[in-house]
Design a protein around this ligand. Structure first.
Ligand SMILES: Nc1ncnc2c1ncn2[C@@H]1O[C@H](COP(=O)(O)OP(=O)(O)OP(=O)(O)O)[C@@H](O)[C@H]1O
Ligand SMILES: [Mg+2]
Length: 1045
């Protein structure tokens, strides 16, 4: 049976369609201890865990805390499909899972924009590291990727195998036990994509480098290198494959692990190093260091006869020095001698055998420890948030993952276990602080009726360890710094003196008989929250001092190996100041860690180890009960159960769920508590389901909030729509406003520019006018700057005007009047223009037309203003001939022979005597003219003989050809009349070259009738043309007046 779901009706009121109670969600036991019937019973609690464990249901909730039981076998619950199942699904909707917690934390980070952290606790081997890897994998697979950091997820994941190889080891309790603390921040951008990571590492258990308890191993990397490294590599490093050859690997007598393959892991680590971005050179140097530690372990010492110490494995030291990149003799010297500064003087004293051994071990620990820190730094550089993203202004949110070494009790517990267990005390304290104590205090401050739940507060143990002056760490430090013979035993005595009587502290001396039997004299016992642990004080002082001889430091500073020279700074060798003690350093780093965790919203994973044998399917009730007890899970459940599953501040609650109630949506203006109660009433919360405190609402059952969440989910599309519309409206308005502002800016710019241009033009115009006026005033002055422009302008205007008004025809004599200064130029231009026009005209004239023109010019020379009929005659076209060829008598033409007739015209010949008119043809050749009467040439007139031609000044057509009178052959002058007198006379005079022999007689023409006898033709003006005999034998010609107008 599954909880089926909810419906939301139109008013947003939640109607629950519950199939049954939430208890029915899981088939086996209850998936949330809060739903456990008998919540006060530890047996019922463990039974629920056992039943679920039996069905491979390893996860169970106590409210929001996830309890995880190590299955010690691979379960099919971590696939990609499983991740998808848990994505975006409410915490309680499906069965508990580490993915549900991861997803919930991720969503809380995104919706509430608050940094989160996931605290994973539990004893060694309980599954903390595995849980943290699953969480990281979930984020790497399900979160979106950032374009700028696409490979970040992969790098985050790959940091694990590297750190595990160098920082994990097989212990008695766990084959892959974390021997360092790790807090990892994963940074997400505003879209929820991982964009960066940062790791803080805490106190590596360095002593493991030189010594391992029986059945335990050194750090994995040594075995991986020896098992997986290629032959060539091992040869270069001077290593043998057998781990038993190395002193630092033989102590635990456990070279191989059945559960894991060192060879395979070697490949995984090498690949991871390259994914993270280690260069080949860096990897080589790293391996040199690892190999050098092994060689260092094999460096043996001998004692000389005089007690001096020397290195017996001198031959092997060459390899070591090569790998460390240091000077061999200096290293040898530094391993067997100590440098002291006394009263400002440096002294070198030889070391005893034991001292040399411990100096060698100290060097091995320092080299390995510092290299590990370098490794973390290097990984951090690769994971570092990119500057651009950091400064993009869109804040990043963080999820912190804490996976630290778990509480452990070994056969021999030393300084390291003391630190590890102290760290676990602090985490338990934080858990108590944030869940049990603060929860109960909250009910009180909020005024909620509450029955206090008793729980064990481990603060007393934390104080016992860390309190100033009185705490174990302070005493240890004091003992280390104290002058005189301080040793581990004196430290124990000091502890007894100071802490004797403390309920959580016992020593052999202080214990009762029963306890004394299980304690040695060198031990002190702490009653931790998780159990009793006996710590052997041997080595406490040395380990706390964590000193490395100064001359060893000096040698290491000189190393060629980049990693080592980075780890061993020169300043450190010179610096005389003592660094802080290891325990104090650790205490301080834990205090910082607590601050980091407190600043974030925590989620918890409580890991439980089902058996000590690392076996699947075995559920050791005693062991589990012990863990349930010390982890405070029962108290946790009681507080949860008696209290309320959820609480929210009024404003947060109202802010989130206000869309579900019409009165509170979109804003509630009254008091917050009233708003919340209106909202919950509307949602139909029952009285037992919730309580209102002073500033918070407390919701008892998860299902109540769960239903409300679902209702909100259902309402979201509506809200989204409203938001979208408002946003679009806002965006469009903003866009419109932007455009409008831009338009105004452009407009004003344009207008401004136009106005400026206009103003400029006006200014220029005014200036021009002013210059013109001034020029006008000075126009009669000599040429001077004042009138220069005016004159230029006048000239320019004249020329411009002239260009437009130039006459188009030769006959058009018009010409604009030039200004005085241009008169001469104007004249030149005018002539030029005329000549130009004439030239053009002439150019255009056809030969016939030219002939015509020449004749007309001659006519004009002869007759212009002389003869009345001239205007009429010159206006007519002069024809080539007035007679067609057919009109001429063929015989006549033949008679003329080669003298071609150039012109023929009909004329009337008047007899010289009697003036009888006779029609004739006048034919002109090139050298003479003939008068033809039909077929007969009547008279031939040689041009050469022609003396002149006379015409009257009137409009008549009379003309007289004067012939020479000395020649008897000649008959006398020829009197003719022709209608084309102007044309005939012109042509004749031209052909005969007698143009200058044409006279125009105004009154009468005298002509020779015969030798010695003259005749006269008188001309008068009359109404019409008449030729008749006049008085005194004259011929009287009346010519009409021609109106030339
Ligand atoms: N969810 C799981 N599924 C399968 N095996 C698991 C799971 N959790 C833990 N284990 C097994 O238990 C072993 C120990 O777990 P893990 O290393 O996480 O312990 P731890 O709590 O980190 O211990 P330590 O404090 O010593 O580091 C793992 O190597 C693995 O074999
Ligand atoms: Mg671990």
């Amino acid at each position: 049976m599954r909880y089926q779901g909810r419906e939301v009706d139109i008013e947003g009121r939640v109607r629950l369609v519950m199939e049954s109670a939430l208890t029915a969600r899981d088939r086996v036991g209850v998936q949330d201890f809060v739903l456990l019937e008998n919540y006060n019973s530890e047996a019922a609690f463990i039974e629920n865990l056992r039943r679920r464990f039996g069905e491979n249901l390893i996860y169970t909730y106590i409210g929001s805390v996830l309890v995880s039981v190590n299955p010690y076998k691979e379960l099919e619950i971590y696939s990609k499909q499983q991740m998808e199942r848990y994505r975006g699904v409410s915490f309680y909707e499906i069965s508990p899972h580490i993915y549900a917690l991861s997803d919930n934390t991720y969503r809380a980070m995104r919706t509430e924009r608050k940094d989160q952290c996931i605290l994973i606790s539990g004893e060694s081997g309980a599954g903390k590291t595995e849980a943290s890897k699953k969480i990281l994998l979930y984020y790497a697979v399900t979160c979106p990727t950032n374009d700028q950091m696409p490979a970040l997820g992969e790098r985050l994941l790959q940091s694990n195998p590297v750190l595990e190889a160098f920082g994990n080891a097989k212990t008695f309790r766990n084959d892959n036990s974390s021997r360092f603390g790790k807090y990892m921040d994963v940074q997400f951008d505003f879209r929820g994509a991982p964009v960066g990571g940062h790791i803080l590492n805490y106190l590596l258990e360095k002593s493991r480098v030189i010594h391992q308890n029986h059945g335990e191993r050194n750090f994995h990397i040594f075995y991986q290198l020896l098992d997986g490294g290629e032959d060539d590599l091992l040869t270069t490093l001077g290593l043998e494959r057998n781990p038993q050859s190395y002193q630092y690997l033989v102590k635990g007598n456990c070279p191989r692990l059945s559960s894991v393959s060192d060879k395979n892991n070697w490949k995984v680590v090498m690949k991871a190093l390259s994914v993270i971005g280690f260069t080949e050179e860096e990897v080589q140097q790293l391996l040199n260091i690892i190999a050098s530690v092994l060689h260092l372990g094999n460096t043996q010492f001998g004692e000389g006869e005089e007690g001096e110490t020397y290195i017996t494995t001198e031959t092997k030291i060459t390899n070591l020095t090569k790998l460390l990149g240091v000077d061999g003799s200096a290293l040898g010297e530094a391993l067997t001698h100590k440098k002291l500064t006394a009263k400002g003087e440096e002294m070198i004293t030889p070391l005893s055998f034991e001292q040399a051994v411990s100096a060698r071990d100290a060097l091995a620990k320092a080299v390995y420890g510092r290299t590990f820190t370098w490794l973390v730094e290097k990984i951090n550089q690769s994971l570092a948030l990119k500057e651009e993203i950091y400064h993009s202004g869109k804040g990043c949110s963080v999820i912190g993952l804490l996976d630290i070494y778990g509480f452990e009790v070994l056969q021999h517990n030393s300084f390291e276990q003391f630190c590890i267990n102290y760290c676990n005390e602090k985490l338990q304290q934080l858990f108590i602080e944030l869940t049990l104590r603060s929860e109960q205090e909250e009910y009180e401050t909020e005024g909620i009726a509450w029955e206090t739940v008793q729980y064990f507060d481990n603060k007393i143990i934390c104080d016992l360890i860390e309190e100033k002056h009185k705490g174990i760490i302070s005493i240890l430090d004091e003992e280390c710094l104290r002058p005189g013979e301080a040793c581990d035993v004196s430290f124990l005595e000091k502890l007894e003196d100071t802490l004797g009587g403390h309920p959580h502290f016992v020593t052999h001396k202080l214990a009762n008989g029963k306890t004394r039997r299980v304690m040695s004299r060198e031990e002190f016992r702490l009653l931790h929250y998780a159990g009793e642990v006996n710590y052997n004080v041997n080595g406490f002082l040395d380990k706390n001092n964590d000193l490395l001889n100064r001359n060893l430091k000096e040698v290491m500073c000189q190393s060629d190996n980049q990693i080592l020279s980075h780890c061993f700074r020169k300043e450190e060798a010179i610096d005389q100041k003592r660094p802080e003690m290891a325990a104090t350093q650790f205490k301080n780093s834990l205090t910082k860690l607590m601050e980091i965790l407190m600043s974030k919203e925590p989620s918890y994973v409580r890991c439980i180890k089902p058996n000590d044998a690392k076996q699947p399917g075995r559920f050791d009730e005693v062991l589990v009960r012990h863990q349930v007890k010390y982890l405070g899970l029962m108290e946790n459940l009681r507080v949860r159960r008696a209290g309320f599953a959820y609480r929210r501040r009024f404003e947060a609650f109202l802010q989130r769920y206000k869309p579900l109630c019409p009165e509170t949506w979109p804003n509630w203006h009254g008091r917050l508590s009233d708003g919340v109660s209106t909202l919950v009433n509307h949602l139909g919360y029952k009285a037992e389901e919730y309580k209102l405190g002073r500033s918070k609402i407390f919701i008892r059952f998860p299902k109540t909030l769960f239903n409300t969440e679902d209702a909100l989910e259902a309402r979201k599309p509506d809200i989204a729509l409203t938001l979208q519309t408002s946003w679009r409206g806002y965006r469009e308005r903003a866009k419109y406003q932007r455009i409008r502002r831009a338009v105004i800016v452009i407009q004003s710019g344009w207008r401004g520019m136009k106005a400026r241009r206009r103003a400029k033009r006006r200014r220029q115009a005014a200036e021009l006018i002013r210059r013109l006026i001034k020029g006008f005033i000075y126009r009669h002055e000599e040429f001077c700057p004042e009138n220069e422009y005016f004159h230029d302008h006048v000239r320019y205007s004249f020329l411009k005007n002239l260009r437009k008004n130039l006459s188009k025809s030769v006959l058009d004599k018009s010409w604009p009047t030039p200004p005085p200064s241009l008169i001469e130029a104007s004249d030149h231009l005018r002539k030029l223009h005329m000549r130009n026009m004439v030239a053009k005209y002439c150019h255009r004239v056809q030969p016939e037309w030219k002939k015509q023109m020449m004749q007309k010019v001659v006519a004009s020379e002869i007759f212009k203003d002389e003869k009345d009929s001239y205007p009429q005659g010159v206006g007519r076209l002069f024809l080539d001939s007035r007679l067609e060829r057919e009109q001429m008598n063929l015989k006549v033409v033949q008679t003329l022979g080669s003298d071609k007739v150039q012109y023929g015209v009909t004329v009337v010949k008047y007899d010289r005597r009697g003036f009888k008119p006779r029609p004739r043809q006048l034919l002109l050749t090139n050298t003479f003219a003939v008068l033809v009467d039909r077929t007969k040439i009547k008279q031939r007139i040689d041009y050469a003989a022609l003396r002149g031609i006379s015409v009257s000044s009137l409009s008549d057509g009379m003309f007289v050809l004067h012939m020479p009178n000395e020649d008897n052959k000649q008959k006398g002058d020829v009197v003719l009349h022709c209608h084309h007198v102007i044309e005939v006379v012109t042509k004749l005079s031209m052909m005969a070259s007698k143009v200058n022999y044409v006279n125009i007689s105004p009154g009468s023409i005298r002509f020779v009738v015969a030798r010695g006898k003259e005749g006269f033709i008188d001309f008068v003006r009359g109404s019409e043309l008449k030729v008749a005999k006049g008085k005194r034998g004259h011929l009287l010609v009346t010519a009409p007046q021609i109106n030339t107008a």
